[in-house]
Design a protein around this ligand. Structure first.
Ligand SMILES: Cc1cc2nc3c(=O)[nH]c(=O)nc-3n(C[C@H](O)[C@H](O)[C@H](O)COP(=O)(O)OP(=O)(O)OC[C@H]3O[C@@H](n4cnc5c(N)ncnc54)[C@H](O)[C@@H]3O)c2cc1C
Length: 464
């Protein structure tokens, strides 16, 4: 009998799981339900789409035809309203329920919106989906001044793209330093300096009390002290929480996210969860608020969930990475408890390598429990592995040895590592690799072109 795998959510985790299920079981029926308008797209690159660096064709990674070719049934703009694990069905607002044999909840996160008056005015937006990014891109010509209400990766991404479009950007900070829940003091200071250098106005200890509108459109943000900042765009929702509503209503065990064991199985039979919505057993309770959501982990968990749904009982791979992003061309990675301050049994070693590159290694009882790497992708993968292992100090310090340089015309002069733009797996380019060479991602098999601008290396996706 044909097995019916149903997946709710078509982001990194859901898409990866659908592909893996189809590859492993040619006879199965694979159905993916998404409440969005577009097929799978590179959500973490919405900023590139907004700034015009990526086209719609580039950011939408899998066309509807490709789903058809692979016999994955994709249902767009089809929100699932409830799940009944006893009856093994998913339900919709206005169509009959669908029966599943195995179900994957890959519903991602939802915005935590500020409870302030004026939130519904035109021009007040979240920046979470391609639809929102496309609407924003269409209206950008009319935007002169933007205010970003909260700190986080989404706000940083948005700030960079808006600046590139010539918009004046103000970022509100709740405290004295940038995003203290996720970042240590030095990383905060470095990001603040970077943002200010690029033209973002930082308002410290500033909370929005209301958005003020004229004729239904936002015109200003009113701060708690009564000051008003002009704004024809107000961005909110940079803080996220796992989208657990379906699970809660179905009496599936939920903590901060949907609780899963090491095979990503939930508390109910035949129901699995993966990606940002999942809370794996043993998840770090000190994960930073609004920052523990990660494309790389979602992608990896999609593959693990598919193997579990196929009864292969895989062990989920422990991932130290909490934040992995690129800001103004600089890599930023927060691994494990990289944000912990020194004190008690915690010691910190900071390592500066030129003006842009800095690494922070955090030890508890001389074991590596976290790291921050800013300015380079190099060593992130290795440090991540050592954080998972809680490696001894000597092994961690050895990673910080400077790379060798080499001469060459169109040859990359130094070994560097960057993440795959599709699945965010760590890929190493060795010194002496030819610029323009094609490298295949070991995790998602995407062909990538090696690029080098004399100082930094990166990958571009090679289209067939
Ligand atoms: C602007 C932006 C920049 C980012 N930058 C980075 C970055 O630099 N690095 C990084 O690691 N991460 C980044 N992220 C976060 C990253 O995109 C997420 O961690 C990743 O997408 C999580 O994948 P997921 O599959 O778990 O969930 P998602 O990609 O969120 O997908 C979940 C999908 O499920 C759908 N869904 C939810 N409920 C239902 C329902 N009831 N019925 C049908 N469909 C439903 C949602 O609409 C959504 O499409 C960024 C995110 C944004 C928005």
């Amino acid at each position: 009998m044909t097995t019916h795998f149903v997946i709710i959510g078509n982001g990194a985790a859901g898409y990866r799981a659908a592909k893996a299920l189809r590859e492993a079981d040619a006879d199965a029926q694979v159905s993916v339900f998404s409440d969005e308008r577009y097929p799978f797209y590179l959500r973490r690159q919405l900023g590139d789409f907004l700034s015009g660096a990526m086209t719609l064709q580039e950011i939408v990674f899998q066309s509807r035809n490709a789903y058809r070719r692979e016999r994955i049934d994709l249902f767009l703009m089809t929100p699932i309203t409830s799940v009944d694990p006893d009856a093994h069905v998913v339900e919709f607002a206005s169509s009959p329920p669908v029966r599943y044999d195995r179900l994957l909840l890959a519903t991602g996160t939802e915005a935590v919106l500020p409870a302030i008056p004026g939130r519904d005015l035109t021009g007040v937006t979240t920046f979470d989906t391609l639809t929102e990014a496309a609407d924003l891109r269409d209206s950008l010509k009319a935007v002169e001044r933007a205010v970003i209400l909260e700190e986080g990766v989404i706000g940083l991404t948005l700030a960079e793209s808006l600046l590139a479009a010539g918009v004046h950007v103000t970022q509100l900070m709740a405290g004295e330093r940038f995003w203290p829940e996720a970042l240590d003091e030095t990383t905060s200071a470095r990001l603040e300096a970077l943002l200010e250098e690029r033209g973002v106005v930082l308002r410290r200890q500033a909370a929005a009390r209301a958005v003020i509108g004229t004729a239904g459109r936002c015109a200003a943000v009113e701060l708690a002290d009564g000051q008003r900042l002009s704004a024809d765009l107000v961005a909110c929702g940079c803080r996220r929480r796992p989208a657990t509503r379906l699970a809660e209503a179905a009496a599936i065990e939920v903590g901060a996210g949907i609780r899963v064991d090491e095979t990503l199985h939930t508390s109910r039979p035949d129901v699995f969860a993966a990606g940002d919505v999942a809370e794996p057993a043993g998840a770090d309770p000190a994960a930073p608020a609004g920052g523990a959501f990660c494309w790389q982990r979602a992608w990896a968990q999609g593959a693990t969930a598919a193997a579990s749904m196929l009864d292969q009982r895989p062990q989920a791979v422990a991932e130290a990475v909490r934040i992995r992003t690129t800001l103004f061309g600089l890599d930023l990675a927060i691994l494990g408890q990289g944000h912990l301050p020194a004190g008690g049994s915690v010691t910190v070693r900071e390592h500066h390598d030129g003006p842009d590159i800095w690494r922070r290694l955090v030890y508890r009882d001389d074991r590596l429990v976290g790291a921050v790497v800013l300015g380079t992708g190099e060593s992130v993968h290795e440090l991540g592995r050592l954080v998972v292992e809680k490696a001894a100090r000597e092994r961690a310090e050895a990673v910080l040895a400077p790379p060798e340089a080499a001469e060459g015309d169109d040859l990359v002069p130094t070994t560097f590592a960057r993440h795959c733009p599709i699945c965010a797996a760590e890929l190493v380019v060795h010194r002496g690799t030819r610029e323009g060479a094609v490298l295949r991602c070991h995790a998602c098999n995407t062909d990538l072109v090696v690029c080098w601008d004399g100082r930094h290396g990166w990958f571009e996706i090679r289209r067939p």
